[in-house]
Design a protein around this ligand. Sequence first.
Ligand SMILES: Nc1nc2c(ncn2[C@@H]2O[C@H](COP(=O)(O)OP(=O)(O)O)[C@@H](O)[C@H]2O)c(=O)[nH]1
Ligand SMILES: [Mg+2]
Length: 651
Amino acid sequence: MIGYGFTEQMHAFGRWKTDLMSAVERYRKWLEQNNMIGPETELRLFEMIESLKNDQLNIAFVAEFARGKTELINTIFFSEFGMRLLPSEPGRTTMCPTELFYDRTFQKSYLRLLPIETRLEDASIQELKKRASNWTTIILDTRSPEKMAEVFMEVVRTKRVTTEEALRLGLYDPVQDADKTRNEGYVDIPKWRHALISFPHPMLMEGLSILDTPGLNALGSEPELTLSMLPSAQAVIFVLAADSGVTKSDMEMWDHHVQALTGDARHGRIVVLNKVDTLWDELKSDEAIAETIRNQCLSAANQLQVDVNNVVPVSAQKGLVGKVRQDLALEKRSNIQALEDLLAKDILPKKQIILRENVLSEIGNMVNESRSIIVGRLNEANKQIKELQNLSGKNQDVIHHLLQKTREEQVIYHKSLENFQISKKIFESEHKTLLGLLSLDELDRLMDDTRKQMAGTWTTMGLKNSMRDLFNLMNQKVMEISKQVNKTNTLLQRIYKKFNEEHKLGEARPRLFSMSKYKLEMERLHREAEAYRKSPLTTMTEQSFVIKKFFISLASQARSTFYQANAEVENWQKLALHSLVSRLKEHKDQMKKRLDSLRRISESRELLQERIDELDANAEILNTQLADINMLIETVNRPLDAFLDDEKSAA
Ligand SMILES: Nc1nc2c(ncn2[C@@H]2O[C@H](COP(=O)(O)OP(=O)(O)O)[C@@H](O)[C@H]2O)c(=O)[nH]1
Ligand SMILES: [Mg+2]
């Protein structure tokens, strides 16, 4: 091993996550100790920790077949097996998309395979993942890499079927694939549609998830890959090969499947120029070879229109050989380290930022909220101490007067709480309208209608029109929803403003709902649909099957977006008023306590000093709590660099 590889960085990242989880856990304990935790908060913190535990770093390898994707995966992630773990040999290329990860819910290591015939079903791969019965499961013997490698050969398996069968499965195009039918009416198609591999490899256990894809054909015929799997990958690694240069199909792949993933700057994209060993000419000087490689990178960067520094020349195969044989010179020459460095320096920090933002947006507010409640209590205690100190030496009338005044305040406050109940009802009714607009039943009905309409139409034009109609309807819906979101947000802000001002509650801030994430996703799907609708590929031939397939993926992606929005809106009902409700309750409790102590003092003057001492002691406790929470806030906000420095000095 040379230098500081991706493996080490990945482990450091794992430790950082553990640190974050224990900070959240400490906060939960703190809330518990201070009697400030309700079942909702408890649940949210629990979910936060769970989502950190389940968090994955998704890296997808995309390229035309035989560029060396699988070999790269072997070299970067699995070289310590001392062999080639995943099949990468001439003529034996990965035939189905393969996901490698660690499944915490299943005790055994496995390879799960989805038969290609499931393409005929309406369910998406995402849905099929939930149905174990559709998959063929092979348990892995992790003690023997050789046996594992043997089992993994399944992912390259093909089967020979008649052209009619292939056509039925949408895997054969009479025009484009004419040359494939050399075997008189028979073609070879992948045996499996999708593969899932889970085993307890340290990096996979840390949350790494790798997606290996076959070439362009599979991507084209499995729209779910393009529509949901690739966009959700944290990093996409696009692979070119030095011996084939940038071909037309490489460009097609880049344009459509990689370049198209625009928008989020936090998505890493790395271009690899693989197989540079094919340029290692013994009759040439090292400088001349380096020059040739450099030129190829420049030309590739030029064609793909990326910065040349983002094109990494490597030899996956020599890298693997170098690592396995511990031939440092060969490993170094393979330049695989440069790619690992880029992954570590570019992809992981981006991932950390995303996670931190998620955590902060979830609990940052909560922690600040807890803090201002403590501050409020402290202010109240100090106010009361002053009030009581002023009373000493005064006559009974003054005390009675104060008691009277406080009682009046309490009555006014209770009246105002009744007003709050009215505001709350209005909010709840707007919220209900919003939830109704997001109803999945209605969406499903819409999609069902379109599906029925499509079933009756077999022309490409007709199918495309149905798809366009559906998207127009969905766009309308999204607009309606946005309007209702704005209306509900405005109402919420007004309620907060009113009660904040009336009762000087400090800065209780409403938690507004944001549609932007969902809107962006729907816009992306719409763009995909339009691009698909207009692409020449789909107008050339009557590909009703392929279009239906595409539609199903698109619809299921849209549905899951609606589903998420729906769940978030539902959850929002309680969160929206939470801050205000807890302040109002806090205020009510404080008022009651104050009144009680005044009443007791009015009955017996001796209690005055006792009560002042009690309040002093309480203020002391509150000060400690404040110091505690300040420290917690510091931990959560601790900059990433500080943490990475810790890692370095610990290493
Ligand atoms: N010369 C050379 N061949 C390679 C290299 N990487 C992969 N290959 C070969 O290229 C072929 C395709 O590799 P594979 O990993 O299956 O490509 P994939 O289809 O993109 O996954 C196999 O025969 C590999 O042995 C490399 O760095 N140098
Ligand atoms: Mg492969």
